[in-house]
Design a protein around this ligand. Structure first.
Ligand code: APR
Ligand code: PHB
Length: 388
């Protein structure tokens, strides 16, 4: 098998990369170790920045997004029993769209396949070879047969647990990492969300987030221990706790809980994001805590930069943009890390915090809600910094 760009992983990053490359006339093949059914039903967060919304429409994958996406002007903070609205649209002229990641994946996979793009599902034993030469190689097994994909470049889009990053010699990489002493207990409930936009709630019992999948489907989260035992959380206790953490700032409709799970939190960045002819993108190179909802957005920014750099290479022979790929991405990655950390520290309870820390958090929330300058800083980060 031969292609220009071998892409490992058919998550948001790998699928978008393949679509963007097609637009630049560059051939690619995507290798995915799971089935199409599996990747299209993986439950993940689903909030997209304004520019991602526009990009999905521009590449022709935005039809269902336009029908089903929930367009939000801003978010609410709940603190001391009051809701504070931050209106991104009024402050920075942009909003965000709630549209589940699995729906984005469905739309991207359908578009790619419709255009004749190649995704090989259910591959196994994927390994990379010769990545520091001009002919890198991806070995894998498919339907019981050993195969080799010869390429010019490799897109490492195989997520945090993939094989691309671990294949880079450790002495070549610097890893920046921090864990958090908590996780999120998340539920999906057949009930309307408590408000038409997301509520980030600060409360003595810990953080809670009131999100949604549709006007009749709520996605709700409670700060919990990283290894929280779900058996200790019968439905009634979850509802009581969610209501408590809303602090009376609004009503919470209750419904049948369809799904329960615990999400751990971490911040992680690897530098550089490239090695020879291997380029990492998305979760393969960085993870953010979900408080800023940056995961999928950042994965898309990486592959926009990568497709541009590869386009320049095939058009002009110049490797300047490819050499600068990592630096270009990391500039945005670190801003998203900073923002995700900022939102996380603003809203959660921490083990060794003091009463001073709690008052400082509350003041920061109320100051942000009341100051145009502070609210604008939050809005431009949340709705998405400009790509260029
Ligand atoms: N070979 C082939 N495919 C692999 C391998 C492998 N060895 N290992 C992992 N994969 C696949 C996974 O099955 C998955 O479909 O790579 C894909 C990686 O996709 P994601 O984990 O969704 O990562 P990414 O595309 O970078 O998207 C980032 O996803 O994890 C969320 O919150 C994150 O929203 C962010 C987004
Ligand atoms: C979600 O809807 O799953 C969601 C939204 C915003 C976040 C995190 C998760 O910050």
């Amino acid at each position: 098998m031969r292609t220009q760009i071998g892409i490992v992983g058919a998550g948001p990053a790998g699928l978008m990369l393949s679509l963007l490359l097609r637009r630049a006339g560059i051939h690619s093949i995507v290798l995915e170790d799971r089935s199409r059914e599996y990747i299209e039903n993986r439950v993940r967060a689903g909030l997209i920045e304004q520019w991602v919304h526009d990009l999905l429409i521009e590449i022709g994958a935005g039809e269902r997004l336009l029908q089903q996406g929930l367009f939000h002007d801003g978010i609410y903070f709940s603190a001391r029993g009051r809701l504070h609205h931050i209106n991104f649209r009024a402050l920075v002229g942009k909003g965000v769209t709630i549209y589940e990641q699995k729906e984005v994946v469905k739309d991207l996979a359908a578009k790619l396949i419709e255009e004749g793009g190649e995704i090989v599902f259910e591959v196994s034993d994927v390994s990379l070879d010769q990545v520091t030469t001009a002919r890198p190689l991806i070995r894998f097994r498919h339907r019981g047969e050993a195969r080799e994909l010869v390429c010019d470049f490799i897109g490492g889009c195989d997520g945090f647990h993939g094989i691309c990053r671990p294949g880079i010699p450790t002495e070549y990489l610097t890893v920046y990492e921090r864990g958090y002493p908590f996780g999120w207990l998340g539920i999906l409930s057949e009930s309307p969300p408590p408000a038409s936009e997301l509520i980030y709630a600060h409360h003595e019992h810990g953080f809670a987030l009131f999100s949604m999948r549709s006007p009749t489907l709520a996605r709700l989260y409670l700060q919990c221990a990283p290894d929280e035992d779900l058996a200790l959380w019968p439905d009634e206790k979850i509802w009581d706790e969610l209501r408590t953490r809303l602090g009376g700032s609004c009503e919470l409709p209750q419904g049948r809980i369809m799904l329960k799970g615990v999400t751990p939190m971490r911040s992680f960045v690897v530098e550089p994001m490239q090695y020879g002819r291997l380029f990492l993108a998305g979760d393969a190179a960085h993870i953010q805590p979900p408080t800023g909802a940056k995961g999928m957005n950042l994965a898309f920014a990486d592959v926009v930069f990568l497709s541009r750099a590869l386009g320049e290479f095939y058009r002009t022979g110049s490797t300047v943009a490819l050499e600068g790929y990592s630096q270009t991405c990391l500039d945005r990655v670190w801003k998203a890390q900073r923002f995700s950390w900022y939102m996380t520290q603003l809203l959660h309870r921490f083990p060794h915090e003091t009463a001073f820390d709690r008052r400082r958090q509350l003041t920061e929330i109320e100051y942000t809600a009341g100051s145009k300058a502070a609210a604008t800083a939050l809005a431009e980060n949340y709705a998405g910094l400009p790509l260029d």
